[in-house]
Design a protein around this ligand. Structure first.
Ligand SMILES: Cc1cc2nc3c(=O)[nH]c(=O)nc-3n(C[C@H](O)[C@H](O)[C@H](O)COP(=O)(O)OP(=O)(O)OC[C@H]3O[C@@H](n4cnc5c(N)ncnc54)[C@H](O)[C@@H]3O)c2cc1C
Length: 418
């Protein structure tokens, strides 16, 4: 840490949240300008289970562009050759990555993946503090000042620029009172399993199974583990029983394909509920701050795009921050524009995929999903729209990323869970 004259810890950029988006922002910033002093504050120690495990084939370009490809391969991700989906039809059909220009995808040990990115951020020169979190509201007087609890003791960190990478709760933007737009009430109940080595041969495709009130997915993970999730609307999940293993078993017992896939698996703990709603900040930037990854916008897990979106937004954010601190005040508006356009494309793709399933026309879950959604009346930005971050001239050391722009319709087609 750098000590300022006032005795506080002073940084150029302070990143809150050390998931894929926060780590990518830190790494990309250091690659663009090694002289920047950057701190990353992460509240966890990366030890508890994290959900979100499938990386689509085109992630390779982003990981290579960030300079973390070798470290990624060293985490031994499991090769994924595609998906099998009972979607729109009772019998599953295959959607193989073999037809993707980018090759195969991967199933991750998410904790190992996130910890790898943290290690790469440290290697790049970012001051990373785990088990640390803000313990009071941010204040602003020329620079940002934030009380932070770092490994048990409280200190005040100062920063010229703040990045909100705290995931779907958008801790920092919420403290500033930034509103967000919510598009659905999707929630996930998920559980992890393990297989005794050699007990059965489970293929390493992701399996998707649509049901009347939502859909299931199951994905093999490294070390003979599997993630299983049921995606449905939060009000429906409040009406049913799922918390005990017994109740959870009877829930997946009513499926056709998922049930067979996990009948020999051993549960690792009880099921957990989390939000999977599609939502976005109305404005993901402000004076001397911006939001990246899920803190800026979240996608339906059907897309399998959340991690790559987080990495890519971190890279785009880093470019914009570098330009902004050098005096290009329009750089943040460009970033905000990029996030908005990406979200608009996402909403179109989301409705198109859900419309494929027509077996339950009276189900509120499917009726809601098949509506045409738009960004919303409040989406207009308060700032001039001046360009497209993703099509900027390639930044130093990150040129491969300029062609792998976030989530257009075609990238979803090649990588979504169905
Ligand atoms: C059921 C489900 C399945 C999914 N499946 C996939 C998938 O197959 N593929 C895919 O690509 N995506 C998937 N996703 C989405 C994916 O997990 C997220 O999009 C991705 O993790 C977003 O990365 P992020 O860095 O923005 O946020 P996160 O991964 O949420 O990271 C945020 C970090 O900030 C930390 N933090 C939070 N608050 C604070 C605070 N106040 N101070 C300091 N630190 C803080 C957290 O500990 C965390 O480490 C899935 C999501 C769900 C819900």
């Amino acid at each position: 840490m750098r000590e300022s004259e006032g005795g506080h810890n002073s940084y150029d950029v302070l990143i809150l949240g050390g998931g894929p988006a926060g780590a990518a922002t830190g790494i990309a910033l250091k690659r663009l300008d090694s002289g920047l002093h950057i701190a990353l504050i992460e509240k966890s120690d990366y030890s508890s289970f994290r959900i979100g495990e499938t990386l689509p084939p085109h992630a390779q370009a982003v990981l290579r562009g960030l300079g973390v490809w070798d470290a990624f391969i060293a985490t031994s991700p499991m090769t994924s050759y595609g998906t099998r989906a009972a979607w729109g039809n009772a019998e599953p059909y295959e959607n193989e990555f073999i037809f993707s220009l980018h090759g195969n995808g991967w199933h991750l040990d998410r904790n190992a993946f996130d910890a790898m990115l943290r290690a790469e951020a440290i290697k790049a020169g970012v001051d990373v503090h785990i088990n640390s979190a803000p313990c009071g509201p941010p204040r602003r007087h020329q620079h940002w000042a934030l009380p932070v609890r770092i490994k048990g003791s409280t200190c005040e960190l100062n920063a010229r620029f703040m990045v909100d990478a705290t995931g779907r709760h958008s801790w920092f933007a919420s403290r500033l009172g930034v509103r967000y737009q919510v598009y659905d009430q999707l929630a996930a109940i998920f559980a992890f399993y393990r297989f005794d080595p050699g007990s059965i041969a489970v293929d390493n495709c992701t399996l998707i199974e649509a049901t009347q009130h939502g859909w299931w997915y199951s994905a093999m993970l490294p070390q003979s583990r599997m993630a299983v999730a049921f995606m449905a609307d939060a009000p429906y999940l409040r009406q049913i029983s799922w918390r005990s293993l017994e109740e959870w078993r009877s829930l997946h017992g009513a499926t056709s394909h998922t049930r067979r896939r996990i009948e020999n698996a051993i549960p690792l703990g009880t099921p957990t509920l989390c939000s999977a709603a599609s939502r976005r900040l109305e404005i993901p930037v402000g004076e001397d701050w911006l939001a990246v990854g899920d803190a800026a916008s979240t996608f339906d897990p059907l897309s399998s795009q959340g991690i790559i979106k987080g990495l890519h937004s971190g890279v785009c954010a880093a470019r914009s921050i570098c330009r902004y601190v050098r005096g290009h005040k329009g750089a943040l508006a460009e970033y905000a524009n990029f996030i908005e356009r990406q979200y608009s494309n996402y909403l179109v793709a989301r409705s198109a995929y859900y419309r494929v399933e027509q077996r339950w026309p009276d189900s509120p879950f499917w009726q809601e999903r098949q509506k045409t959604l738009q960004l919303g009346p409040e989406h207009e930005l308060q700032m001039p729209a001046t360009g497209d971050v993703s099509s900027d001239a390639p930044a130093r050391g990150l040129s491969k990323l300029s062609t792998s722009a976030g989530t257009d319709h075609s990238s979803w087609v090649s990588s979504h869970k169905t």
